[in-house]
Write a new protein. Structure first.
Length: 747
């Protein structure tokens, strides 16, 4: 249970100091009555005894003041942003509603708090935060840009305060979110200082030993390092000035997180990191009204001039040269990178670029965060560039106060029940989501549960929805689904599924028609069938069979028309001569008998079965006495299979409508071919013993024997003619008694 909130003396003093500082910074932006209303709400929260310390044991009101100081000093937010931060604990504890905030403090503060509340609800869906989509969903959900800025500042402050906490699990969780979510967001917004702090602090809590190892290494020589950077810069500045170049130089030591990433990537110790020091030379190349091509030529020339000066002073590492001046990166990034061996034999990375190139790298299409590999979205670049510009200009916060996010208005982001996040175009439906997961899921989709509410497959998706697809084995894709789906991916999968369904139905209809032809003893001729299809008004054969499959075209009618065409094309000779009515009745009687045998009655197999073409299947070689079934082939004949035939499950599953029950009639005098597989020790005389048993039985005929020997074992196939399965079982028992025989089985 959370600890009830009571201010300690230290917390009171710190809160009061923070209040005075914040008030001094934003006093000119406050509205009359703001302070008094805030004071009353703070007292109300304390007196209610409903505000509790968080999982780290921290005071949420003090945390809000610390975050407010950060958004004022580091980001530059004023009245609306600060009030939203300070009111957030009251709203989260249910002591204050958004409508009450709107009434007391205005629409802008209410909008920020509403955005913070919506994002809090997103976290309850257990999202996978390590995804670009979740970062973009936060941006689209925030409504007001200040929501994201406050979230970043809040996480930076929390990371600062939890260093003494013993709650390792909670510390690990917030640190992972800082690394995967908030640091990239800060990077996108150009808040590089906060981004580096989040990365360093998350490394400190997630990989404690690595962090302190690097920190100690850096701390050992901080003064020397700073002095070293100055010693490196000073002579370079002098030589560049003498060359008549206008420039400014930035020097820095890379962050602990950056160093650790390089150590892991390069698989080296701290001392093996080449570019521990980074120097950026930014040249100021004036245009003087020149053409763009001439201006660009001058920029390249001066960059190489600076490069020549640096490499003449310090030994370069040619393997570490990166020339993105002559051939810029595909994203437009231009710069010269070289690692040189500076004073005291230390490696220093030097970047050389012009102001224009630096502007492109920092704010343009090749913004620094994208150049480093953080993927961006189309349309996001310009928008984020504008935000960075607002943050860096003196009147930026005034513009920010009026800024309302309209990013991603054409996209929605939705969750799976497991917290995975997917992006869809606005207007996408449940059906699009189902086909995005898997084609089979899409084709069997009957609806979904969105936020635990059952909806149809036509339901449009909204950002933040949690979608669980419902399926049915009886569902099949329908033509009108093409109007429901909005994504090209889903539409193409629906078309493919419809085509596959039509092909299956066409094959089924064709097999049905051929079986009916066979039953009526009508020989199917392809040329006559083509004439019939044309006469029935079909341009495509597939349409003809599809109409049969759907039942719109009666099979018996088709056969009658076929016979009419066939007899109309043949001369009246031979089998086509006119017969008496008595004979015609007799033939009909025979046909009726055949149809009854192929109906739901059992097909009786004996030597006297006439009028039906049947064969014993070679795959399982059934013999008298085996449990069997009949399978109607495409040609109309029937294959008799054993019930335990290896192909039986697939035949019954895929072609159940062609399976006929069957049984044996009187025993008769037929003999059947079967094959036995025998495995045993390769002993002298064992084969003779096997063949001797077979030859002693006058009703058994050994047709062939095939024996292989390997590593002291033999294996062989014996093909035998036999009367029935009873005699077969007796034979197998006898063969198993032969010394050295390990296995006898029927194939």
């Amino acid at each position: 249970m959370a600890e009830r909130l009571e201010f300690t003396t230290q917390e009171k003093e710190e809160t009061l100091a923070l209040y005075q500082h914040i008030r001094g910074q934003i006093a000119n932006s406050l509205v009359e009555g703001d302070e008094e209303r805030m004071r009353q709400l703070m007292l109300q929260a304390l007196e209610s005894q409903q505000v509790n310390r968080n999982v780290f044991g921290l005071n949420p009101i003090l945390l809000s003041f610390q975050t407010a100081q950060l958004v004022v000093d580091e980001i530059g937010l004023r009245r609306d942003g600060v009030l939203a931060v300070l009111l957030r604990p009251n709203v989260e504890q249910g002591l204050l509603t958004i409508d009450e905030v709107r009434a007391h403090f205005g629409e802008s503060v209410a909008r920020i708090l509403h955005g913070l509340q919506r994002i809090q609800e997103l976290y309850q869906k257990n999202p996978v935060v390590e995804s670009e989509n979740f970062r973009n969903l936060l941006l689209s959900f925030a409504e007001d840009m200040r929501v994201i800025l406050i979230m970043i500042a809040d996480r930076v402050n929390l990371m600062r305060q939890i260093k003494e906490s013993d709650n390792a699990d909670a510390k690990h969780e917030v640190s992972q979110e800082a690394a995967y979510l908030y640091a990239p967001l800060a990077h996108k917004l150009g808040l590089y200082k906060l981004k580096s702090e989040l990365e360093d602090l998350s490394l400190k809590y997630l990989e404690h030993d690595a962090y302190y190892h690097i920190k100690e290494k850096l701390s050992e020589t901080k003064k020397n390092r700073d002095a070293y950077i100055q010693r490196f810069i000073q002579p370079v500045s002098q030589r560049l000035t003498e060359a008549g170049l206008n420039f400014h130089i930035k020097g820095r030591t890379k962050s602990i997180h950056s160093i650790w990433q390089k150590m892991k990537k390069q698989k080296c110790a701290f001392e093996g990191v080449y570019d521990l020091f980074a120097i950026r030379i930014i040249l100021e190349v004036r245009g003087d009204g020149q053409e763009r091509r001439e201006q660009h030529r001058r920029e390249i020339m001066q960059c190489w001039q600076a490069f020549a000066i640096v490499t003449s002073m310090y030994q370069p590492n040619p393997k570490r040269l990166r020339d993105w001046i002559s051939v810029p990166k595909t994203n437009g990034y231009e710069s010269l990178h070289i690692t040189v061996l500076g004073p005291e034999q230390k490696w220093v990375e030097v970047q050389i670029r012009t102001e224009r190139m630096d502007e492109v790298a920092e704010r343009g299409v090749a913004a620094h965060w994208r150049y480093k590999g953080v993927k961006g979205e189309s349309g996001l670049d310009d928008w984020l560039t504008n935000i960075r510009s607002m943050l860096e200009t003196s009147d930026g916060m005034e513009a920010m106060d009026q800024f309302k996010m309209e990013l991603y208005e054409d996209e929605v982001f939705v969750f799976t029940p497991k917290g995975d996040l997917y992006k869809f175009p606005k207007g996408a439906t449940v059906l699009d989501f189902a086909y995005h997961i898997h084609s089979k899921i899409g084709s069997s989709c009957v609806g979904a549960r969105i936020n635990n509410k059952v909806v149809t497959l036509r339901q449009e998706l909204q950002s933040g929805d949690q979608v669980e697809i419902m399926t049915s084995a009886n569902q099949k894709p329908k033509q009108d689904w093409l109007n429901i789906a909005k994504t090209s991916r889903a539409k193409s999968k629906i078309r493919l599924a419809l085509k596959e369904t039509q092909v299956k139905e066409g094959l089924f209809a064709k097999e049905t028609l051929e079986r009916k032809f066979k039953n009526r003893k009508v020989e199917m001729d392809e040329s006559v069938m083509q004439v019939l299809i044309r006469k029935l008004g079909f341009k495509e054969v597939s349409d003809f069979y599809r109409r049969i499959a759907s039942g719109e075209l009666d099979v018996n009618t088709v056969i009658d028309r076929y016979v009419e065409i066939q007899q109309g094309d043949q001369p009246v000779t031979g089998n086509n001569v006119a017969e008496s009515a008595a004979n015609f009745v007799l033939e009909n009687a025979k046909l009726s008998t055949l149809n009854s045998q192929l109906s739901d009655d059992v097909l009786v197999i004996d030597r006297n079965l006439k009028g039906i073409d049947y064969q014993l299947a070679r795959c399982c070689q059934p013999i008298y006495g085996d449990p069997v079934f009949g399978f109607v082939t495409i040609s109309g004949g029937i294959k008799i299979h054993r019930e335990d035939c290896p192909n039986a499950p697939e035949l019954k599953k895929r072609f159940g409508y062609r399976v006929v029950r069957a049984k044996w009639s009187g025993k008769g005098s037929s003999q059947y071919s079967i094959t036995l597989r025998v495995i045993g020790n390769d002993d002298i005389g064992i084969v003779n013993n096997l063949t001797s048993i077979i030859s002693k039985d006058e009703k058994l005929v050994l047709r062939s024997i095939n024996i292989d020997s390997h590593d002291g074992l033999f294996s062989g196939n014996l093909t035998i003619m036999i009367d029935d399965n009873t005699r077969l079982e007796t034979l197998i028992k006898k063969l198993r008694t032969v010394k050295g025989v390990k296995q006898v089985e029927r194939l």
